[in-house]
Design a protein around this ligand. Structure first.
Ligand code: BTN
Length: 268
């Protein structure tokens, strides 16, 4: 169920008891002329899609949510929506944290860091809790009839369990004490999205998104190896630019801008 605020802002909800992929469903709706804003959600997704052609696994109980929107921008700018979504996700987890007796160290909370669980954003759109992935985002786009781009922001949150053997550390909200359901997470996320979207679409939107994302970024200045379509980029993770591309600085002082890839921390 969406909040009165989300409904007032024109958002609708299509909830499925079980579905292969909420992203695939949202894209199918877009291909049939649906322009959103619409949330397609389930807590039982059996054929989830991950970034870079991977699968996204999750048991029943985890949140799979895809937001279909048709922003009035070019697709390059639309790519920054994934960053707005990861800000919304981290805000949402921050709002749920007190329920779990957790301090996530967001926005100056618990400044000395004592006893807090670190919540960080990993480029491009992962959300980490103490270094383990708790949520991922897959942005896909389709052209509506008439040419406007429809963007699908797919968000997977490990609510009740983390997938096993995925090749990276993963965790779940349940593992840190959350007793709620995927629907509870969606309710908070859909509201946090309204705020993040407002920032994104404001006059100074992209610099604001960049600033907020950087405040929570994991591994700034750390040595990284970034796997891209064109090979591996090695250096230090310096920052992101206003288009949310990753800036990697090499030992010789030059930089490479990366638009898509997988970040590995540590000198690999
Ligand atoms: C990643 O690789 O980290 C991105 C994972 C994105 C998963 C979500 S779950 C909801 C939506 N539907 C999908 O099929 N994938 C995304």
């Amino acid at each position: 169920r969406l909040s009165p605020d989300a409904l007032a802002a024109g958002y609708r909800l299509e909830a499925h008891e079980r579905i292969g992929s909420t992203n695939a469903r949202a894209l199918e709706l877009a291909a049939n002329g649906e322009s959103g804003p619409l949330w397609v959600v389930t807590d039982d997704q059996f054929s989830g899609r991950g970034r870079r052609g991977r699968q996204w696994h999750g048991p029943k109980g985890n949140l799979a949510a895809s937001l279909l929107i048709t922003p009035r921008t070019d697709l390059g700018t639309a790519a920054t929506l994934g960053f707005a979504a990861s800000i919304a996700l981290s805000d949402a987890l921050g709002r749920l944290a007190p329920e779990m007796g957790l301090s996530l160290g967001l926005d100056g909370m618990d400044a000395n860091g004592a006893g807090r669980t670190r919540l960080e954003l990993k480029w491009p759109n992962d959300v980490l809790l103490s270094g383990a992935k708790i949520a991922g985002i897959l942005l896909e786009s389709a052209s509506l009839r008439g040419g406007a781009p429809a963007v699908v922001i797919g968000i997977g949150v490990n609510v009740v369990a983390a997938p096993e053997d995925v090749g990276y550390p993963a965790t779940s909200l349940r593992a840190v004490g959350f007793q709620g359901s995927a629907a509870d997470v969606l309710a908070v996320l859909a509201d946090a999205w309204l705020d993040a979207h407002r920032i994104w679409s404001g006059g100074d939107g992209l610099p604001q998104v960049r600033r907020r994302w950087l405040e929570r970024a994991a591994g700034l200045d750390a040595p990284v190896a970034v796997r891209t379509g064109g090979g591996i980029v090695r250096g230090r993770l310096e920052t992101i630019d206003d288009d949310c591309r990753l800036i990697v600085r090499h030992d010789d002082g030059t930089v490479t801008k990366v638009a898509a890839g997988d970040v590995h921390f540590g000198a690999v």
